[in-house]
Ligand binder design. Structure first.
Ligand code: C5P
Length: 398
């Protein structure tokens, strides 16, 4: 899969830089052409001599070669690459990448890279858990970068926790998987719904739910990375996404979500209904804020919201694929299969609220997929990005 691929290996200054040597060897062995770009502090951990000997290319670190004045073009490098891998990515480098602080060759190359970027964080557990790092990693995800999650284990500080750079073999596997699946959605028009819906009570209040949108956004990115033309219809969430093949349509209520979906469904090949649509909406929305001082305890009459998945299921024609989600607390399998039938879906993804690390707001999910052709596929607890890959892989088998 990696034969002949042009890969930029970015190395920043962390203890895990010693593992980058193994990563470089594995990439070269797999047939890739690798250009190493190292930060000044990366060189404190691993010498350019080792890296250039293994890659067969001079290591790039500075904007100029000091004695000859030769200019190293980060723009050319960015265009040359089929993929860029930053391993290890320290908290500092991640922060610079997230915020465009282009004070070294690695970050300028990152900013110029048109190719997919893979980031393998490595740091101490407390740095990893700091809200600043968490936010910066979320920003990188929203730019469409692939985060290769660090593992838990003993760290250089001898503390035990999350922050160990993923093993080189697994980083190579992530790249191979990416290139293998890169274009299997090419030319497909994909619709993804994500997040909650908000149903207005008055100008300042609404009925909603805790959906974070993370699963739907991960699905949209995965489908787009694999070549799909994606429309992401999103309820109100604290997330953003920028990808040349994702058209983000922001809506608020179930009715708005339905009309956005209906307007493009005839031109859609695959629709993935991931949104946690509110089941009910207030029958009337007050024009003005309902005031405690001037009204009795209000009774809010509710009406049923349209079922978007079911509506699309009724309109589905041959060749279109419709995928739904089910979030259940009991009788999970029976309920999920029931929804597969009643909504005319081709596949349903069940998350059980009984499972730890599954459902709303978490970064991980644990799902079982039921297909129309009778398969039941249980998966383990994984980051939502990996779950998205399992879901898209399964769609490809329908
Ligand atoms: O019936 P239930 O809400 O459990 O069904 C969940 C599935 O149906 C999800 O795929 C969800 O996105 C979709 N759905 C919808 N419109 C609704 C309710 C659910 O599209 N009003």
């Amino acid at each position: 899969m990696l034969k002949g691929k042009h890969i930029i290996l970015g190395i920043s200054g962390g203890i895990a830089a010693y593992k980058s040597v193994v990563l470089l060897r594995l990439l070269i062995k797999a047939g890739a052409e690798v250009q190493v770009v190292i930060t000044p502090s990366g060189k404190e951990f691993i010498t350019p001599v080792t890296l250039s000997a293994l890659s067969g290319k001079p290591v790039v670190s500075e904007f100029f070669t000091a004695n000859t004045g030769e200019w190293h073009s980060h723009v050319d490098l960015g265009l040359w690459a089929d993929a860029m891998v930053i391993a290890p990515a320290t908290a500092n480098t991640i922060a610079k990448m997230a915020n465009g602080v282009a004070d070294n060759m690695l970050v300028t190359t990152y900013l110029s890279a048109k190719a997919p970027v893979f980031v393998a964080p490595a740091m101490d557990l407390d740095m990893m858990a700091h809200p600043s790092t968490v936010r910066n990693i979320e920003l990188l995800r929203s730019y469409g970068n692939h985060i290769i999650e660090p593992a838990s284990g003993e760290l250089a500080s001898h503390l035990v926790g999350k922050g160990r750079m993923e093993e080189p073999e697994n980083i190579v596997k992530a790249l191979e998987r990416f290139f293998a699946s890169k274009s299997d959605f090419a030319g497909k028009k994909v619709l993804v719904t994500a997040g909650p819906t908000y149903e207005k009570i008055d100008p300042v209040r609404f009925i909603g739910n805790y959906s974070s949108g993370k699963m739907g956004y991960a699905l949209a990115l995965e489908a787009a990375d694999r070549g799909g033309e994606v429309t992401l219809v999103s309820g109100p969430v604290n997330m953003n996404v920028s990808h040349p093949r994702i058209n983000l349509v922001k809506v608020e209520s179930a009715k708005e979500m339905l009309s956005a979906c209906e307007s493009i469904f005839t031109d859609t090949d695959i629709a993935i209904m991931c949104a946690a649509v509110a089941d009910y909406a207030p029958k009337h929305t007050a024009d003005r804020k309902i005031k405690r001082e001037t009204s009795d305890v209000p009774v809010i009459e509710l009406v049923k919201n349209p079922d978007i998945a079911k509506t699309l299921g009724q309109k589905k024609r041959d060749g279109q694929t419709l995928v739904g989600f089910a979030l259940e607390t009991d009788n999970e399998s029976v309920n999920a299969r029931g929804k597969l039938e009643s909504k005319n879906l081709d596949m349903i993804v069940l998350n059980s609220l009984r499972d730890k690390g599954a459902g709303f707001g978490t970064d991980t999910n644990k799902v079982t997929i039921y297909t129309r052709d009778g398969r039941e596929l249980p998966f383990g607890t994984k980051p939502k990005e990996d779950v998205a890959r399992d879901i898209i892989d399964t769609i490809m088998t329908l």
